[in-house]
Write a protein that binds this ligand. Structure first.
Ligand SMILES: Cc1cc2nc3c(=O)[nH]c(=O)nc-3n(C[C@H](O)[C@H](O)[C@H](O)COP(=O)(O)OP(=O)(O)OC[C@H]3O[C@@H](n4cnc5c(N)ncnc54)[C@H](O)[C@@H]3O)c2cc1C
Length: 359
């Protein structure tokens, strides 16, 4: 896998090259994703921008599946905005059964014995990316076969993902674990063999779905490990704010080099230790964030708390659930479906129906 882009132009070029028809046919295969998730999570580009680029080059029916998948992201973002911190607990019903809240050691060490899953974990550590299907298989194995509560495994995955997004991550784990869906997701070797090149037989998941749903925790998943996730802050620039100019404030989910680019402003990318103490990310993710931040012309990258800074009265930032305490003018996060009411939807299906109806 090539490394992920940090410049907005490279990202736009990559998005322009997406073949939405091919994507629709291949997205479930482990080499089938577009790998644009870090760019969307970090705000290098927005959902409506990506949708519009795709629609310039495809008919609506060719683009349908891709836009449908983008809508999942918008759905989870809206749920976070509406439900707030409730998304970090079991949202609809408690997970059951749960034997442990701690990670199976075999998952952390990529020693599950299912080659496709072990390769996915190693790939995550090497690149900061994992394909959607691999995320589902791993989450299903950990939560449902391993009977592990979803929270700690979700934090582990989030820590390593360049696209780590608290809403997409927590709510997807919960979708798999059944706390945010009606049915739990379990991985089966026959499904893995269909979508991954690493085919195998005789593994712990080489059973029919009925057996997998009720089987005892496989021995390899019973040993638990302690997670030690903490954030190492990057070097901080000294804050130098010209009081005669407005200040544009960026966060780790909004590193958009084109935002208000016509304004003569102080530009400060603020990385708050209190946020990263709650949601730690790996050194690889931190390095990616800083490299993206450095693409914003004139930006200072500052490690500090908002409340400890004096940024003047003219502060503008992009509204986001991770910065409810920031004061100033908040721009609205661009939506693909701005006419669809902002509220919590019972399911993605009910949200998507509204999107199709309202356009
Ligand atoms: C357990 C689990 C954890 C996840 N954690 C995250 C996370 O932390 N951050 C994150 O961005 N996504 C997360 N996802 C959703 C999804 O796996 C990724 O968005 C996707 O794999 C990113 O790869 P891609 O860009 O190649 O996706 P593509 O298939 O090419 O899709 C294009 C874009 O659509 C959006 N998208 C597609 N599928 C989903 C989905 N199911 N949910 C939300 N958005 C979607 C993403 O922004 C993605 O970049 C998680 C899914 C699972 C099952």
């Amino acid at each position: 896998m090539e490394s992920f882009a940090v410049s907005r132009q490279d990202v736009l070029d990559q998005v322009s090259g997406i073949d939405a028809g091919k994507y629709a046919r291949t997205r479930n295969f482990t080499d089938g994703g577009t790998q644009i998730s870090p760019y969307l999570t970090r705000g290098l580009v927005t959902l409506p921008e990506v949708r519009d680029i795709i629609l310039e080059r495809h008919t609506p029916s060719q683009a349908y599946k891709f836009v449908f998948e983008l809508a999942w992201r918008e759905y989870w973002q809206r749920e976070w905005t509406f439900l707030g911190d409730r998304i970090f607990g079991d949202v609809k019903r408690p997970q059951h059964p749960v034997s442990s809240r701690r990670m199976p050691r075999a998952v952390l060490d990529a020693e599950i014995g299912v080659d496709a899953l072990d390769a996915a974990v190693r790939g995550l550590y090497d690149t900061g990316y994992m394909h959607n299907h691999e995320r589902m298989w791993l989450a299903g194995l950990t939560c449902n076969l391993g009977r592990t509560h979803w929270w700690e495994p979700a934090q582990w995955l989030y820590y390593h993902l360049l696209d780590g997004d608290p809403a997409s991550n927590s709510l997807s784990w919960q979708w798999v674990a059944g706390t945010n869906s009606h049915k739990k997701y379990v991985p089966a070797q026959q499904n893995i063999n269909k979508y991954s090149p690493l085919r195998q037989h005789g593994t712990i998941v080489d059973h029919g779905y009925g057996v997998l749903a009720d089987m005892a925790v496989p021995d390899v998943l019973t040993e638990r490990a302690d997670l030690d996730l903490s954030w190492s802050p990057p070097p901080s620039d000294a804050v130098a704010v010209d009081p005669a100019k407005p200040t544009l404030l960026y966060h780790s989910f909004w590193l958009n080099a084109a935002w208000r680019s016509d304004v003569d402003a102080n530009r400060v990318v603020l990385l708050e230790p209190s946020w990263f103490a709650r949601f730690p990310v790996s050194p690889m993710v931190t390095d990616y964030l800083v490299r993206c931040a450095r693409e914003i012309p004139g930006a200072q990258v500052v490690v500090a708390e908002f409340d400890d800074l004096s940024l003047g009265d003219d502060v503008t930032f992009m509204a986001h659930p991770s910065v409810p305490h920031w004061r100033g003018h908040a721009d609205e996060m661009p939506r693909m479906f701005p006419r669809v009411p902002e509220k919590s939807y019972a399911s993605f299906t009910s949200f998507w129906k509204q999107c199709e109806r309202t356009g």
